[in-house]
Design a protein around this ligand. Sequence first.
Ligand code: GTP
Length: 406
Amino acid sequence: MESRSSRATEAVPRQRIERLLNHSRFRLRFPAPLEATYRAYHDADALRVFRGSLGYLVLLYLAMAGAALAVAPSGQLGAWPLLFSGFGLLILIGWLLVRSRLLQRFYQRVVCALAALAVALSMINPMLVTDPEFRVLVYIGGAYAVVVVYLGLSLRLPYAMLAGWGVGLPLMAAGYALAPRLGLAIDWLLVLATFVGASVLCMVICYRDERQSRRVFLQAELLRLDREHIALLAEELQKQALVDGLTGLANRRQFDQALQREWGRAHREHRPLALVFADIDHFKAYNDYFGHQEGDDCMRVLAGIFRAQARRATDLAGRYGGEEFVLLLPGVMLAEAASRAELLAAAVRAASLPHPRSSCANTVTLSIGVAAMVPTQDGSPDELVRRADQALYEAKAAGRNRVIAH
Ligand SMILES: Nc1nc2c(ncn2[C@@H]2O[C@H](COP(=O)(O)OP(=O)(O)OP(=O)(O)O)[C@@H](O)[C@H]2O)c(=O)[nH]1
């Protein structure tokens, strides 16, 4: 249901659903993909209701059988018991089908066929009854059948009408033509008062029911769209909370979380954890010379180089703040981290971003501090940060554009 529903709403956007909902002349048909979803939704619900209604149908059937036996003159029942047992047979078939795939897949068609048979029985039954008083009762029983067909089986209006009028009209025509020749007794006034009257009334109620059910469906679709939208927003917010807006790298918050997590894991597994701290050399001068916008572009290029260096799934490239970048490398020893830092510095040099105001090169360069530790029981990630920071400070102090590893 969920995936079908999503597909439907891809094709039928929210505004269209709202328009359908607000339309004063509500039609019992949606645009194609939504209609299919509604039918699936409605039939699933109809089947559930049908299962629950079978017990009531049996009770109604027994009550009518009891009433008929109590009222009918003895020995005057004729073929009535045989035909009336036909209703019982239809209920039995419904009960046997209730868990079948046939009913799950073709609920409307199967139940419409059973309902049509019930309508046929309810119309033929009174023709075979000779006692006038009992015949009235049988006509009234037929009206009950009509009520059940329209309102008790969750048939959509077209199927309910097919079962009701599709069978009722031809039978009335046949009865009109053949009754005199076959000597059948048809009380047309009673047919009008029971079958026709009940059908017209039930059609109106059935239409209103289906309209209401469709409105509820549309409202549920809107709610589902809202839920999806909120989930997307929440996802976006969560992403924003962890990602640096300028560079797309992990932000400080994500870095802090990853550092805590990886520190704990490295401690448990007795593995090293390496940290690379990098700072752009003379970036203030770069900004002053080229402008802040160009400075942002430069940061984005450097971020791409950092991202490329975070090769394994557990590596994390982030922006620590300002013009400082970090690379967190779980399971990496100091020597390997230092050579990764050298690769990083070389890649930045190779990018050849002009920096006329730098004292250490003609292009943008990095000063990089590297530290690595195997976490101890009393140690903390702050110690690793402090060491990497110290190494970075030393790289700056030693003239920039270099890597120092501790
Ligand atoms: N364009 C741009 N500049 C930034 C951003 N964040 C920090 N900066 C700039 O980075 C510069 C950092 O200046 P300083 O801390 O003096 O460092 P520096 O000029 O790089 O000098 P050294 O680090 O000592 O080589 C400042 O001018 C900040 O405005 C940013 O997101 N975009």
